[in-house]
Ligand binder design. Sequence first.
Ligand SMILES: Nc1ncnc2c1ncn2[C@@H]1O[C@H](COP(=O)(O)OP(=O)(O)O)[C@@H](O)[C@H]1O
Ligand SMILES: [Mg+2]
Length: 288
Amino acid sequence: MSLLEAKNLVFTYGHGTPFVTHAVNDVSFTVERGEIIGLIGHTGSGKSTIVQQLNGLIKPESGEILLDGKNIHTDFKRIKEVRFKIGLVFQYPEYQLFEETVAKDIAYGPKNMGLSEEEVAERVKYAAELVGLTEDFMEKSPFDLSGGEKRRVAIAGIIAMKPEVLVLDEPTAGLDPKGRDMILSRIKEYRNETNAAVIIVSHSMEDMAKTADKLLVMNKGSIEKFDTVANVFADAERLSEIGLDIPHVTKIAIELNKRGFQIPKNLFTVEALRDAILNCRKAGGVNV
Ligand SMILES: Nc1ncnc2c1ncn2[C@@H]1O[C@H](COP(=O)(O)OP(=O)(O)O)[C@@H](O)[C@H]1O
Ligand SMILES: [Mg+2]
């Protein structure tokens, strides 16, 4: 049985109005423990609508979400428990910080879970360390921090609940490359330490090729592809067609392939491209 299963999700905004939007059409996928899934697609393709359904924030119009094989919408008590097990970090979560200190902000979630004071303190320490916030941040006001630091506080607040499924909606939006790599590596570390499943919404193919095990590619409310990163990149040209910005490395591989060099088109790391070029030179003595 999968840890999380989305079955035939359908969601429409503005039912019965002239502004009706079919945001999510018949979307099904499964998520296993320890997997990092990159949920990718252009703006408006339904990514945020999907992740808000996963932890019960909005209810699918039809279809269901199963956690450990059980529908999350069976009753009110279950939904509360589900919110602890499936932790959702919103897009731009730093705007939702509100406590006087960083420590209190991170403690908010675990406190709500009814954990003992010691357990809460331990989890705050664990989550802060994991996202790279040192002790001297703890008594600061979140409002005195930089954008990237605030983002890390918000993520720590969800990690402190130790969710079995960590869902992040565009966690790197607006950050510089260093900040992006930092956040993505910390998220990966959480997966490595806990074997939690992770779903990261992103529109950066470049970031997700580096981070995810599988990609769930959305196009206009429907699933275009759900497969390993390598298999999704097998048709990288199609990804470009549906408005996704494929990695530079992949663009170079496709271009070389077009020009007659024996280079696979589905490469997405610099190392893989280097090896392919070296092999190509060895095989044919062609100077790439
Ligand atoms: N609260 C809302 N009211 C009406 N339409 C919405 C709302 N939120 C999203 N939509 C529409 O639903 C579609 C999917 O949006 P969304 O799930 O936010 O996509 P993404 O996260 O991939 O950018 C878009 O056409 C968007 O305009
Ligand atoms: Mg979105």
